[in-house]
Design a protein around this ligand. Structure first.
Ligand SMILES: [Mg+2]
Length: 323
């Protein structure tokens, strides 16, 4: 097996020169020293992706690298934070499969570059394939999006489309392997809504990313805010190709309770809707109204709302490390 140092320097060091911004001391010492922008708050979150729990063993290595970072970045997006740095803890069955490692690193670094995120440290160990990614972003104290600000009368809105993660997983289990398929791409190559999160900061009253399913994550937001919601079932934006792949009933179920969508669910006052849509149009992203916040607790408007959220790939519940 290669030494840990070899692995870190070969595959885990920052690829792009601008990635050094804010890094006072990079990989190679006991710690990395970072210099956050004065006056900004540091938003920090960690997620671990385990083979056959969060992604299938046969997924392309490049997609596994992309996805491990994307799911962590999604939490920064949900806070309205601007992504700056990340750390990776990589557990590998063997360090000898350099082709796999190169593909994995390419997927990871490409998303780092696309989001302005610098990989500033890592750790490798031997074991069942698992990738832990800690992300750090910056957010202005006045603009951070939290889960507790939803107020009765606010609109409930989601970015993009729903059900694609669950639809892609279903297709994968049926043997579909073409990542050009829009649903499979939604499942294996999710796009963290960082630009949308920053755009909605100051307009939305509360936000959460939809990683466990719309209903499950809506419940988290409602509980934090001490409010309820009335959903409009007919307004759920379904992912492209979802009805064709799953049929109408399963498509609606995937949109409500499927996981791994990584869209943002926000509450916002009606008077902010036009401005929010204008800002999101810059990233070519739709903002769909799916209901509104009510004073009385609970979720009404959808019979299926009583059902629980998504259980991950193996069927095992995942409470996650991220708050
Ligand atoms: Mg989250």
């Amino acid at each position: 097996m290669h030494s840990e140092f070899d692995l870190i320097t070969r595959f885990l060091t920052p690829a792009s020169p601008q990635a050094g911004a804010g890094v006072s001391l990079g990989v190679g010492d006991d710690c990395t020293l970072l210099s956050p922008t004065p006056g900004q708050r540091l938003a920090v979150s960690v997620d671990t992706s385990v083979v056959d729990v969060h992604f299938p063993a046969g997924a392309p290595a490049e997609a596994i690298g992309h996805r491990a970072l994307a799911v962590s970045l999604s939490d920064l997006a949900a806070m309205g934070a601007h992504s700056r740095w990340c750390l990776m803890s990589l557990t590998l069955p063997t360090a000898d499969d350099t082709d796999w490692l190169e593909d994995f690193a390419r997927g990871f670094h490409a998303l780092c570059d696309a989001t302005g995120t610098a990989l500033v440290g890592g750790d490798t160990t031997q074991g069942e394939l698992a990738i832990g990614v800690t992300v750090m972003g910056e957010v202005s104290p006045a603009l951070s999006l939290t889960r507790d600000g939803a107020r009765p009368g606010d609109l409930l809105a989601v970015t993009g489309a729903l059900g694609g993660g669950a639809g892609g997983l279903a297709l994968w289990q049926q043997g579909e392997r073409d990542l050009g398929h829009p649903l499979l791409a939604r499942y294996l190559l999710p796009q963290p809504r960082l630009a949308a999160g920053e755009a909605l900061a100051g307009l939305a009253t509360a936000a959460i990313d939809i990683s466990d399913g719309l209903l499950a994550d809506l419940k988290h937001l409602l509980a934090s805010s001490g409010v309820g919601a009335e959903l409009e079932a007919a307004s759920l934006p379904l992912a492209e190709g979802l009805v064709e792949a799953l049929g109408e009933t399963r498509a609606r179920d995937a949109a409500l309770s499927g996981g791994d969508d990584y869209e943002l669910l926000v509450s916002l006052p009606a008077e902010h809707l036009d401005e929010a849509r204008k800002r999101l149009a810059a990233s070519d992203l739709a903002l769909s109204i799916i209901g509104h916040i009510s004073a009385s607790p609970g979720i009404t408007g959808i019979a299926e709302a009583v059902r629980g959220g998504w259980q991950h790939f193996s069927g095992q519940a995942d409470d996650g490390v991220t708050p």
